[in-house]
Design a protein around this ligand. Structure first.
Ligand SMILES: Cc1ncc(COP(=O)(O)O)c(C=O)c1O
Length: 404
């Protein structure tokens, strides 16, 4: 199907809820994707962080093929070998206190489950969430998500017991968390909100406040998990464990799957029938996730994220020094943000034309979430493309004095 045709059909029939890039991606390998015209792109967004192991990793393709020929679906009310295999691997790589898993199909679903467990376990209903935090768009996850633009049309469906505090500010957290708080939910590094790394001691501080009030601490590692930040879990940068962790995105190597992982006593508060998912834990997704974990460990991808992330952040920092238009480069591993002083959409479109896929966080931050298998040469090429674009944009600001 040619590109025009693809776009016409999607524009006609797909719900208009996505801000579309004018490109059809039909094929991918590693960190490179191709459009319907055969044009090649360096992928620095990984489908919002999904293709962490690269597109169509042969080991994951093989695992999916094999399982597709064996058994695709098996409801959670039956036992299954691939599910058991995945559970064993997951529990081995997650913090040792977390040893009970609910399997689902997406990040938002993993958050829904986490909120339900926290409320059931504590018998309380107040949730503390973060300003600029993002947890998904189903109703529970949306309630914990900060951005008012996602919520304003649905205010009547959003409960009033979600309280938002500034990310990184322990004093404000201390004021908001009390003996009626069921849970605090936080991304260890905020993604959608603009790639914000917390100050040292922040997550540990949250842990202590939650412990003092017997509130549950939920880490949303949907975006930061599986090596993205240079450690298997972002929480390892600060050595803090939550009571519940949410994961998804990269988990299936491109195949949809998510999970909520909790301390046994916390998860066990849910009784039979209080939560479920028809597709959750299906053997096909489990086979994909199991192969993904093998690839991440086998190829030591967290370490690669650390090394390449350091290299690429260095290139971004050089640009910040060079161009007035840029404010700051930040992030961990291969989860990086570049904050500019202008609306970034035009820069993204120019990069797209030059064969580079990028993401934005809000109006003025470029978010980089490349596959961790990306080559150094691709990152160098990405930086060169951006440098040229920023040089042009910078000229437009010639009348502005150096840095605000
Ligand atoms: C931290 C975080 N939590 C939850 C979600 C929601 O995941 P999904 O889109 O799979 O529902 C996202 C998605 O971007 C996310 O970044």
């Amino acid at each position: 199907m040619d590109e025009k045709h693809i776009m016409a059909i999607e524009d006609a029939y797909l719900a208009r809820v996505y801000q579309k890039f004018p490109v059809s991606i039909i094929r991918g390998k590693g960190a490179i994707v191709y459009d319907a015209n055969g044009k090649k792109y360096i992928d620095c967004m990984s489908g919002y962080g999904v293709s962490l192991v690269g597109h169509c990793h042969p080991k994951i393709v093989e695992a999916i093929k094999r399982q597709a020929e064996t058994l695709m679906t098996c409801h959670g009310s039956f036992y299954n070998d691939k599910r058991a295999e995945l559970l064993e691997k997951l529990v081995k790589i997650t913090p040792k206190e977390l040893d009970k898993v609910f399997l689902c199909n997406s990040g938002a679903e993993s958050v829904e489950c986490a909120l339900k467990i926290a409320v059931k376990y504590t018998g309380r209903s107040k949730i503390v969430s973060m300003i600029r935090g993002f947890h998904g768009k189903t109703l529970g996850a949306l309630s914990a998500t900060w951005n008012p633009k996602y919520k304003k049309s649905f205010a009547s469906l959003i409960p009033k017991n979600f309280n938002f505090v500034p990310f990184g500010n322990l004093e404000r957290a201390e004021e908001a968390i009390d003996d009626e708080t069921a849970a605090v939910i936080v991304e260890p590094v905020q993604g959608e909100g603009g790639v914000h790394v917390p100050p040292p001691g922040y997550l540990k501080g949250l842990r202590e406040i939650c412990d003092r009030h017997d509130a549950v601490l939920i880490f949303d590692e949907v975006q930061t998990g599986f090596g993205r930040t240079g450690r298997m879990w972002a929480l390892e940068h600060w050595n803090v464990s939550p009571d519940i962790m949410c994961i998804a995105k990269a988990m299936g190597g491109g195949f949809p799957i998510g999970a909520t992982i909790a301390k046994a006593e916390v998860m066990n508060s849910l009784k039979i029938g209080e939560h479920s998912s028809t597709f959750g834990g299906n053997p096909l997704a489990c086979a994909a996730a199991s192969a993904t974990i093998d690839v991440i460990l086998g190829e030591n991808l967290p370490e690669r994220a650390r090394r390449l992330g350091g290299y690429f952040k260095g290139l971004l920092e050089k640009m910040v020094d060079e161009f007035r238009i840029l404010r700051e480069a930040r992030g961990l591993g291969l989860m990086l943000g570049l904050e500019s002083r202008i609306f970034i959409y035009e820069v993204l479109m120019k990069a797209l034309n030059k064969g580079l896929l990028l993401l934005y966080s809000g109006r003025n931050v470029i978010r980089f979430l490349p596959p961790l298998v990306i080559e150094e040469s691709h990152l160098e090429a990405a930086a060169n493309i951006l440098s040229k674009i920023f040089a042009e944009e910078d000229k437009k600001l010639e009348h502005v004095s150096r840095k605000p």
